[in-house]
Design a protein around this ligand. Structure first.
Ligand code: RP5
Ligand code: MG
Ligand code: MG
Length: 279
């Protein structure tokens, strides 16, 4: 089920999504009257990272396959099917909007998300225990997105041909360490510092993201990894500074009250469970 990509105005536009009740989300439920608006943002036109219109001559995407550097495979085990017009269908179901919206690719748009964690520490330097659960509490690096103001994981799109392991480090450096504005020497230092911590990453989640930009024909997927620093010495030394599409960055205490962009909180919950931490 998805929630964040239903109802209201599509991000960055005046286009109102068609209302889709919960029971009509699955494509398996027939709904002949369903006629949502069609919208693909004008910013996509001519962008090297975006697909052309489906009707463009010479555009013959290899759906559900790796097409050169462009990964058109879904991380959802069932993959995706096509509608009568040949457009990929959102594997979770209806969103109330056709077209690509702000997303460059028809079908899956792949991202990588880092969940960088350390233990919250008490005044004595030991792990702080949450009074409600008696469990230690994680702290997570989060950024505030410039596009919507919501707090989120410092993740981003995997470039065509880029390895996910490289993308997850690059996005962390850009959004949480402002590497794009650092000197070349400093940038190299940050690369080494991040690579050292990220070498021991653990996969947390892969698949669909309930992102507000999703449409019936284009959607976000991610591969998320946890980079946990048991002593806090390595990540504690990270010089957090927001950059690129992040307006702010901070350590967030992890609990069930943690509100984050898209379905990021569900991934954070998985990490809390993995470490036996407070939630
Ligand atoms: C989310 O959007 C992903 O989980 C990832 O965090 C992010 C990628 O998009 P940008 O941050 O590049 O906009 O769905
Ligand atoms: Mg980014
Ligand atoms: Mg981002």
């Amino acid at each position: 089920m998805h929630f964040k990509c239903r109802g209201g105005k599509y991000p960055g536009s005046e286009v109102e999504r068609a209302a889709v009740p919960d029971d009509k989300v699955p494509w398996s439920v027939t709904w002949p009257e369903y006629a949502p608006p069609v919208y693909s943002s004008p910013v996509l036109a001519g962008k090297p990272w975006a697909d052309p219109e489906l009707s463009e001559a010479g555009f013959s995407p290899r759906w559900n396959q790796l097409e050169g550097g462009v990964d058109r495979r879904s991380r959802q085990p069932e993959g995706y099917s096509l509608d009568a017009a040949g457009a990929p269908l959102n594997p979770v179901g209806r969103t109330g909007l056709r077209g690509r919206g702000l997303l460059g690719r028809w079908g899956p748009n792949h991202a990588a998300d880092p969940l960088v964690t350390r233990w919250r520490r008490g005044a004595d330097g030991g792990r702080w225990l949450h009074p409600a659960s008696g469990r230690p509490q994680l702290q997570l690096v989060t950024i505030q997105r410039r596009d919507c103001g919501q707090w989120a994981l410092p993740g981003g799109m995997v470039d065509a041909g880029e390895r996910v392991s490289a993308a997850v480090q690059r996005e962390f450096r850009e959004e949480a360490l402002n590497a794009l504005e650092a000197s070349p020497e400093r940038r190299r230092e940050l690369e080494c510092q991040v690579a050292a911590v990220f070498a021991a990453g653990k996969p947390v989640y892969q698949g669909y993201v309930d992102d507000p930009r999703n449409t019936d024909n284009a959607w976000m997927e991610t591969e998320a990894f946890n980079f946990h620093d048991e002593t806090g010495e390595a990540v504690g030394a990270f010089p957090l500074q927001a950059g690129d599409d992040a307006g702010a960055v901070r350590w967030t205490d992890v609990s069930a009250e943690t509100e984050l962009y898209a379905s990021h909180a569900a991934m954070v919950r998985g990490v809390a469970e993995m470490h036996g931490a407070h939630w």
